[in-house]
Design a protein. Sequence first.
Length: 292
Amino acid sequence: MNTADDRNKKVVAVVTGSSSGIGFETSLALAKNGFVTYATMRNLGKSNKIIELKQKKKLPLEVLKLDVTDDKSIKEAIEKIANEQQGTIDVLVNNAGYGLLGPLEELSIQEFKEQFEANVFGVIRVIQEILPIMRKQRHGTIVNISSVAGRIGFPLTSAYVSSKFALEGLSESIAYELEPFGINVILVEPGVIKTNFDSNLKIGKNVSTTTATTTTSDRNSPYADITEKRIAAFKPRFENASPPIEVAKVILNVITSKNVQPGSRYLVGNDAFKLMEIRKNKSDKEFRRLVM
Ligand SMILES: NC(=O)c1ccc[n+]([C@@H]2O[C@H](COP(=O)([O-])OP(=O)(O)OC[C@H]3O[C@@H](n4cnc5c(N)ncnc54)[C@H](OP(=O)(O)O)[C@@H]3O)[C@@H](O)[C@H]2O)c1
């Protein structure tokens, strides 16, 4: 596993979605630990805080524009990094993503596609662009930020959950094909983490709720009650959630450890461990009752 512990060797890391939350903290944690870190984000207007910290702490961190839904922006960013780093990229953290909420019947195909564009195809695009570099150098670590929702389904989250399940299957499969090239693929599965995830949460345009500001209320919707209940329960979960630095620490440990098995999964947060434990010990029927 490539690490910044090889003190004389520069180790280059790329993180997507670094404007806030887990990506922001991961970029800072990597840079503080000696990784030459490219904190990428789709909107450079959100880079002030990380640039300020970089300057204050003299960190080896660069901010670059990268929108995971835009082929050209990915190509340009990765080419720039490869040119600046003599063709080397050691670590990729696929973090960019968001949640879409709503009952499947009230979500449009377009909204589903957009969810997969960011959370799944975005990851595929960045990996495809970086693989020739990692394969040539015959090493690399790819960390995919999944979720407990990549292991367990919940009501009203079919779009998000299916995108994270897809990411899990993708990661598990490519871990086999990339291992012979010295490339390790890892899944990180946080529970609820206190980031901008809840404020960035999208609620489908046709989803009926009185709580969402962006949507209209339709009490005649067959899903009105469950939607109200779930949305009301969603935000409070973030109030006492684990801080994003917890995820960053796990990522840092994983990429600096010599003993990580390809394809390994890492839960983050007490809620994540508890939930997976409960899931393991309950029948499908018992677990369903608990979730409802
Ligand atoms: N927070 C949680 O409870 C939780 C739990 C499990 C997994 N996760 C996963 O953790 C990852 C990071 O989320 P977070 O919790 O840190 O939320 P966050 O604070 O909302 O950060 C999400 C990041 O992804 C970026 N992003 C969204 N779409 C993008 C695109 N098309 N191209 C590039 N960047 C894009 C956002 O950029 P903008 O600022 O421009 O929107 C932001 O930088 C996500 O994959 C999420 O699914 C979060």
